[in-house]
Design a protein around this ligand. Structure first.
Ligand code: AQP
Length: 327
């Protein structure tokens, strides 16, 4: 059976980009593939975190993944730091990666640019991400477009390791959705919607009040020529609304444009479609609030299942490297 793995960081509020670019595909894949989904809390440590907040956002994110539709009866849901093999393989991947290729990662450049403190972990983050994926003999990694470069690096590291030490890792492939892979900020549509950007009017939280969501979409930045056309370079704001509507209604954004002659109705339909997607997720999230212990139980079972796969993979890599086994 095909193996799928993907992760999401417990940093900030989960937004519409995360949902349409990644999480909805996780829910779809769990029915056709052996799927493992992970709250990657160690990745959050690349920037300083408040400990109390990190603990609660990690649990809340797991609760949200369940609310979105991850079913622990068919998929494995766990927290990265509960499975020590991730850090064990990460060191091996750091030693497999070249400094030059880590330096070329655009996300490192974006996040380190102008920052007053840049951790070593921010630089080596893609090696930990490679470890996350390779530990599970992953065939497919459902991610948004922003992760394309990290996935390419993961493939390069797997191939390099296999060439040096013999076949050890499956070389994974990214699965990037045709629509919704890069949802843009509603106020600055040339920038992707992002958890860490300080743009409350441009970002739609999955758990946000639906009235506020509709208002934000109706106030989204477009342009002055009033022509509805899908053209991400010339018309980024309008194209973003078409992508959002298309992703929520399973329609092609370019052909959707033919249905509209004005921005107002496009915005109204996009707002309705987004609210229709978010409403059941918010209702399930509220139901799960009643029993926080159930989320912890699911994560504990998930970690045990994940360890059973990750342990043998790490042992295989250690043996291939020539590390002396412990007795
Ligand atoms: N704007 C987006 N459109 C489509 N997909 C997106 N993803 C993120 N932003 C968009 C996808 O969501 C998954 C989980 O994201 P993550 O939290 O692991 O990664 P991230 O890129 O760090 O998320 P953010 O929200 O953009 O946070 P910051 O601001 O820290 O960079 C991934 O599959 C990602 O592709």
């Amino acid at each position: 059976m095909t193996r799928v793995f993907s992760g999401i960081q417990p940093t900030g509020e989960v937004h519409l980009g995360n949902l349409l670019g990644a999480l909805r595909n996780w829910v779809r894949d769990q029915h056709t593939a052996d799927s493992l989904y992970c709250v990657v809390d160690l990745h959050a440590l690349t920037v300083p975190q408040d400990p109390v907040e990190l603990r609660s956002t990690t649990r809340q994110l797991a609760q949200l993944l369940l609310a979105v539709g991850i079913d622990p009866a068919v998929a494995t849901l766990f927290v990265q730091s509960h499975v020590d093999e991730h850090t064990g393989l990460a060191w091996i991947m750091e030693c497999t990666a070249a400094v030059g290729e880590l330096r070329r990662m655009t996300q490192f450049k974006d996040k380190s640019d102008g920052a007053s403190f840049v951790s070593g972990g921010l630089f080596t983050y893609p090696a930990l991400m490679a470890a996350d994926i390779l530990l599970y003999d992953t065939d497919h990694v459902p991610v948004g477009d922003d992760q394309r470069q990290h996935l390419e690096l993961t493939r390069d590291l797997a191939i390099r390791f296999n060439n040096r030490y013999g076949d050890t890792f499956i070389v994974p492939e990214a699965t990037i959705p045709p629509v919704g892979a890069r949802i843009m900020d509603l106020q600055q549509p040339t920038r992707k919607m992002s958890k860490s950007a300080d743009s409350p009017q441009g970002t739609i939280g999955v758990l946000e009040d639906l009235g506020a969501v509709a208002k934000k979409i109706k106030r989204a930045v477009t342009d002055t020529d009033n022509e509805v056309r899908f053209d991400t370079d010339a018309k980024p704001g309008v194209s973003n609304l078409l992508s959002i509507l298309g992703a929520c209604t399973d329609r092609d954004p370019a052909s959707l444009a033919d249905d509209y002659t004005q921005y107002g109705p496009l915005k109204a339909d996009a707002a309705d479609a987004v609210c229709a997607v978010l409403e059941p997720i918010q209702a399930r999230y509220a139901e799960l609030d009643a029993d926080p212990g159930a989320v912890d139980d699911i994560l504990s079972g998930g970690a045990a299942k994940a360890r059973a796969v990750a342990g043998p993979t790490l042992a295989r890599a250690r043996e291939a490297l020539g590390l002396l086994p412990a007795r």
